[in-house]
Design a protein around this ligand. Structure first.
Ligand code: AMP
Length: 280
């Protein structure tokens, strides 16, 4: 496996493989790889000749009071895990190369980025969009793999790729969870032991939500209240949002007709966690 830091070298690497008729799959990540990321690498391995994992903690998607400085970074461990899962290349550019001081282009995502996390993280999805756009230009993949864990991110990227005719196939992969249901996340390491126990309630609430929908509950407001009660039964959990929306448009649903995306964000202590479920 090759580790590439230079932008031009990354472009040359794909150009060479494309000229030989090979397909290229990209998995954009911020590192601190866990089974969730590795499942994306394995999926890309199945479908592409060349698998590129980008590792870049992207400053433009962090808000001023968020955890950019604290975010876990460990290239050596990540490289080992990525290689074992089938990566051919790790692309690890520097922030200086990605964002030279004279960068003056920006991307503004519209309505798709307004609800859910977008409401509480202004500018976040514009930051995601610009970095993914740059990564697509640098890696020039045929396919790019994203986790359903970040449900809004998948739809933002799909919309951008479609709107700008990027010609990259966007592949969404299922959420990988710990044995007790907690969705894997690089941020789970921030949780103190007692907070880690509280965090189980997120997936429990979503599963209960699914049961109510199965039992033919009709009113999204009633469902939202039930979920809120479950989460707030633990004083350690502070709900940021619980949204019941269409899984593609992300528009709020007026009644519980499938398909349904239930998405939520909470704080446990100072750690922000998100999770979601799609009911079809
Ligand atoms: P991140 O490094 O957090 O930016 O995540 C990189 C990619 O991995 C994103 O497409 C995430 O949605 C995906 N991902 C993160 N956690 C999980 C998970 N538990 N299951 C599936 N995909 C995940």
């Amino acid at each position: 496996m090759k580790i590439i830091h230079q932008l031009k070298e990354m472009q040359r690497d794909t150009a060479l493989h494309r000229s030989e008729g090979k397909s290229v799959g990209l998995i954009p990540t911020m590192g601190a790889l866990h089974e969730g990321h590795l499942s994306l690498i394995r999926a890309a391995r199945q479908e592409n000749d060349r698998v590129v994992v980008s590792i870049f903690v992207n400053p433009t998607q962090f808000g001023a009071n968020e955890d950019f400085d604290l975010y876990p970074r460990n290239l050596v461990t990540d490289a080992k895990l990525a290689e074992e899962s089938g990566a051919d290349v790790i692309f690890n550019p520097s922030a200086k190369d990605m964002y030279p001081s004279d960068l003056c282009t920006s991307i503004t995502m519209g309505s798709i980025a307004e609800g859910l996390c977008g409401r509480y993280r202004p500018g976040h999805f514009d930051g995601v969009a610009i970095v993914v756009n740059k990564l697509f230009n640098l890696v020039n993949p045929h396919r790019a793999y994203f986790g359903q864990k970040d449900a809004q991110q998948v739809q933002v990227i799909r919309k951008m790729a479609e709107d700008l005719n990027m010609g990259v196939e966007i592949v969404a992969c299922p959420i990988i969870r710990e044995a007790d249901g907690l969705a894997m996340s690089s941020r789970n390491v921030y949780l103190k032991p007692e907070e880690r126990i509280s965090a189980r309630l997120l997936s429990q609430a979503l599963r209960e939500g699914q049961e109510w929908v199965k039992k033919d509950l009709q009113d999204p407001e009633v469902l939202r209240e039930k979920l809120r009660q479950i989460l707030e039964s633990d004083p350690a959990i502070q709900v940021q949002y619980i949204e019941i929306v269409h899984p593609e448009s992300l528009h709020p649903l007026k009644n519980l007709e499938k398909p349904i995306l239930i998405a939520l964000a909470v704080f446990i202590g100072s750690t922000r966690l998100i999770d979601n479920i799609i009911i079809t």
